[in-house]
Design a protein around this ligand. Structure first.
Ligand SMILES: [Fe+2]
Length: 290
């Protein structure tokens, strides 16, 4: 997956399109990002109440599905808000249904079409399937033990690389294949969390704000040509960053829960931001607890 840059996409402003992937009609999709080279995408899919896809088959791409509202039946599994499943390319699934309607964030790693088949495609890696997971049942971890390969932010007390305090993560999927190190995770910022500098990464980083609020003081490319300031994100806002996009300082007043996609383990290159205190103070003074 190689993503386009979205700095602060209010997903509610993206026009819904009828899904056209060979599955039963009725769903709508909002495109968050798309890899023009592979046809991979990140979508918000909305399932109307009573939607049924009666066939068993597989997709021609891997699919991460995270339910953010409602209920979704996949075969004998019943997924509700906060449930996650990864179905690899070619692995059969179905039938599907959404009796009461649902919304789900779905990632595809390349162009996808549904192929009707009671069996998985030849060579499909059924062992790579993940879940379904009721994500509230797995423990939060220190990101340094869970998703971070390298961070140049230094702990003021120890001088060692770390992340600013107040972040927790839950890894949902982490590829260990020669051609893929993709990660999908939940990450939580505690109320009042502040990351005082900018960071950038040598990998893609995509974030969907599931709940809470977030402020990003600066976002710019390495030449500082396309520059945004004072971005405020609410629930159902989305970010996708190709490698090298600087972002920060970051803070949140009520806390933030994100669904995170990266195409490699986290490597954060940290830089100081002069005047970050005034930016953060100005923003937080205008916010309300909620
Ligand atoms: Fe980042």
């Amino acid at each position: 997956m190689s993503v386009r840059r979205e700095d602060c996409l209010d997903v509610s402003t993206v026009a819904p399109q009828a899904a056209d992937d060979g599955m039963a009609a009725g769903r709508t999709v909002r495109e968050l990002t798309r890899d023009e080279r592979t046809g991979g995408d990140h979508l918000l899919i909305e399932y109307p109440a009573g939607w049924v896809h009666p066939e068993v088959g597989y997709l021609t791409a891997g699919q991460d599905i995270y339910v953010i509202e409602g209920e979704l039946a996949i075969g004998s599994h019943h997924l509700t808000t906060g449930c996650y499943v990864y179905i690899p390319e070619g692995v059969s699934f179905g039938p599907m249904a959404s009796p009461g309607g649902a919304r789900a964030i779905v990632f595809h790693n390349k162009e996808h079409r549904f192929q009707k088949s009671v069996q998985s495609a030849p060579g499909a890696d059924e062992q790579a399937m993940v879940g379904p997971i009721e994500t509230w049942t797995i423990p939060w971890k220190d990101p340094m033990t869970d998703i971070v390969k390298k961070s140049t932010y230094l702990d003021p007390a120890t001088g060692k690389g770390t992340r600013p305090p107040g972040v927790l993560t839950k890894t949902l999927r982490h590829d260990q294949k020669p051609n893929s190190r993709e990660m999908v995770a939940l990450t939580s910022l505690a109320p009042g969390f502040i990351d005082p500098g900018t960071e950038h990464h040598p990998h893609d980083e995509c974030l969907y704000l599931l709940a809470g609020d977030a402020y990003i003081g600066l976002t710019y490319d390495h030449k500082n040509i396309d520059r945004k300031e004072d971005l405020v994100l609410r629930r159902d806002h989305y970010i996708s960053r190709p490698p090298g996009i600087r972002h920060g300082p970051v803070c949140t007043q009520t806390g933030a829960l994100w669904l995170l996609y990266m195409n490699d383990m986290y490597t954060g290159i940290y830089n100081e931001v002069p005047g970050w205190q005034e930016r953060v103070r100005r923003h937080l003074s205008t916010e309300r607890y909620k």
